[in-house]
Design a protein around this ligand. Sequence first.
Ligand code: 5RP
Length: 229
Amino acid sequence: MKNTAGTEAAKRAAGEAAAAEVADGDVVGLGTGSTAAHAIRDLGDRAAAGLDIEGVATSYQSRALAREVGVPLLSLSDVARVDVAIDGADQVDPDANALVKGGGAAHAREKVVASAADRFLVVADESKFADPLEYPVPVEVLPDALARVERAVRDADGDPELRAAERKDGPVVTDNGNLVLDCDFGAIEAPASLARTLSGVAGVVEHGLFVDVAETVFVGDDDGDVTRT
Ligand code: 5RP
């Protein structure tokens, strides 16, 4: 389930402003989604012009794009730390303390890369802000644990919906071979507490609530201007 409201101009402005923070010699976390893709393309241009960077992809899509635009890649398992990670979000709270991610079903790797990063930069447009967060939280689930996790989400007053693949019958399968439940909790008044609850459910591989991880949110608008939150 993706939040697709923002314009390309706004996404490009945010992506390119965050990419400008990347310096020579950096290991860069490459996020997933249409906004992060602008950052990856910009980094490809700068790599072609001589910037010495190595990227760590968060998904099949970001790896493919990095290869296409010429960003050299390292494997996630080969890096102890990342200098800067740049990634999008499906919803952001006004203080950027909490985000919902995982519209592209990549939030498990995205969270590992964000956690390994000295700086986690979020790229977004104005449509992504909400107070409180209310976006259904993507939860990656081991297939055999699906029924168990659905019950646990209902016990936490959530409404889980198995994410269906857009182009074929059947569910979305993540890069890690798992399923995704989009879990509607209504207004999320206590994201940190909900994050802990979800992390405590056996069978949950990772959920899309990112709490206290973002350093800065780069917010693009339709005129190409960017503010930092
Ligand atoms: C993928 C994500 C994306 O970053 C999120 O869905 C935002 O994507 P976009 O920039 O296309 O709106 O979390 O798992």
